[in-house]
Design a binder for this molecule. Structure first.
Ligand code: GLC
Ligand code: CA
Length: 492
């Protein structure tokens, strides 16, 4: 395993504007994250991924970058970032930033000064459509009298990755942050950088709609990822490349690992999108395990700033089911990435029509509401509303039976048990509704996601962790019974 630190890590995603507000202006900031390092160390996470922190007109809340080596004034300064990196490092926590290489803001100076950094056409050349809706991905620019490509919002012109100078600029950006001690990057839309050189039409499949084969998913994108991989390996410890490789097709998704020389980790969104259903998830994981190159593994996540929170989507507000989901995320072979609040089984927030700030529709804001720190939230007039504070850090930290303590203990168990961190995954036969797998030689993980009690045979050992905590320490001899929405880790 060597120095690939992410193989042993639990990652934690922070949406900076919503995590913690140090100066009381209602917007979370970098100093706020630094203030909460004590909490994150107590929880046991090894790395924090921050959504974009750079100057941005915030058309897409930081995913429209206007300066790749700066810090957005709402979030703090470069000195605040340096301090966060240092103080997190002192607690054994690494900081991972978000790289947005597919597009910039239309207010990035390049857009006026270096038009050759973007994709242009005299006429609308093809049928490509913006992901955010509104039709064509091409917009007429009055100043140039030509059309530019925007796969996302019009304020996010796509960069021309065929231009070698673009590549040089981004290598400089990677090094700028790596040299400062940043531990890696989550790479936004990592599958999309190169566009078809001939700008061919995306195929439209009857019944399935448009398939983005030419506007993204071009094979030449792999060359860029390989170059970055080599660059990241020049550093000690090596810097992490964690890709948002958004494909629900297994083979294509796995291709972004290359032969172990492209992405180090890719989010397995195919699991994120699955239902919390034993058979469905077991099949997904079997496929993932089958397509991954030797010595690679997935990054598992249930929630993020785009898809919302698993406590709502998967668990429908049921804490027992949310704990089962946590066992899944932390018990599979791979690197888990929790989204801030997942450890509380936090549900998506409620954002009324007049408070919506997101450019996309349906709005992703319910999954981006502020972290509830105290019974009254702990925020002063936050940028997005915080209405439900029933699940909050203060109360749950004071309650040993809370989901927060459950998550913390599960993370600690993962650290203690080599099997759970890196042991082989093997699905075992299980009754309907249950999903049971072995990790390594001596650890068994089981969740009952069905509606009736199940008995799993051939299990011997003792319960190390259980969603129903009173069962911990219980001896299992030949038969493990699980009530609905119960899950356990059994060690022999
Ligand atoms: C990614 C981000 C999303 C953003 C989009 C455009 O999918 O996760 O939040 O809107 O890219 O940058
Ligand atoms: Ca603030």
């Amino acid at each position: 395993m060597g120095d690939r630190w992410w193989r042993d890590a639990v990652l934690y995603q922070v949406y900076p504007r919503s995590f913690a507000d140090a100066n009381g202006d209602g917007i979370g900031d970098l100093a706020g994250v630094t203030e909460r390092l004590e909490y994150l160390e107590w929880l046991g996470v090894d790395g924090i991924w921050l959504n974009p922190i750079h100057p941005s007109p915030n058309v897409d809340w930081g995913y429209d970058v206007s300066d790749y080596t700066g810090v957005h004034p709402d979030l703090g300064t470069l000195a605040d970032l340096d301090r966060l990196v240092t103080e997190a490092g002192a607690r054994g926590i690494r900081i991972v930033l978000d790289l947005v290489p597919n597009h910039t803001s239309d207010r990035h100076p390049w857009f006026r000064e270096r038009p050759d950094f973007y994709v242009w056409s005299d006429e609308v050349p093809n049928n490509w459509e913006s992901i955010f809706g509104g039709g064509s991905a091409w917009k007429f620019d009055d100043e140039r009298g030509r059309y530019y490509l925007h796969n996302f919002a019009p304020g996010q012109p796509d960069v021309d990755w065929w231009n070698p100078e673009v590549r040089t600029e981004f290598e400089r950006i990677l090094r700028f942050w790596f040299d400062r001690g940043v531990a890696g990057f989550r790479i936004d839309v990592a599958h999309a950088l190169i566009k078809d050189a001939q700008l061919r039409d995306d195929p439209v499949i009857p019944g399935l709609g448009m398939r983005r084969r030419y506007s993204m998913y071009r094979p030449e994108t792999h060359d860029i990822l390989r170059e970055w991989h080599a660059l990241a390996r020049e550093y000690a410890p090596p810097r992490l490349l964690l890709g948002e490789a958004y494909s629900l097709e297994f083979e294509e998704w796995a291709s972004y690992y290359g032969a172990g020389d492209e992405l180090d980790l890719a989010f397995a969104f195919v699991l994120t999108h699955a239902n919390l259903d034993a058979a469905e998830m077991r099949d997904v994981v079997a496929e993932v395990e089958a397509v991954l190159p030797t010595d690679a593994w997935a990054c598992w996540t249930g929630s993020n700033h785009d898809i919302g929170r698993f406590a709502s989507r998967w668990a429908k507000g049921d804490d027992a089911l949310a704990r089962c989901a946590l066992i899944v995320l932390l018990g599979l072979r791979g690197t888990p990435c929790l989204y801030y609040g997942d450890e509380l089984a936090l549900e998506s927030g409620v954002v009324s029509e007049d408070r919506i700030l997101d450019v996309a529709s349906p709005s992703r804001d319910p999954g981006r509401t502020p972290m509830p720190w105290t019974p009254d939230g702990g925020w002063h007039d936050p940028w997005l509303p915080l209405t439900d504070t029933r699940r909050n850090v203060e109360d749950q930290r004071a309650d040993a039976g809370s989901t927060l303590h459950f998550t913390r203990d599960l993370i600690a168990l993962r650290r203690r048990l080599g099997d759970l961190r890196s042991g082989r995954y093997e699905a075992l036969p299980a009754p309907d509704g249950a999903w049971v797998w072995r990790r390594g030689a001596g650890t068994l993980v089981a969740v009952n996601l069905g509606m009736s009690a199940v008995a799993i045979h051939g299990v011997d050992g003792s319960i190390a962790t259980c969603t129903d905590r009173v069962r911990e320490g219980e001896r299992v001899t030949g038969r493990l019974e699980l009530a609905p929405a119960q899950g356990a880790v059994v060690t022999s």
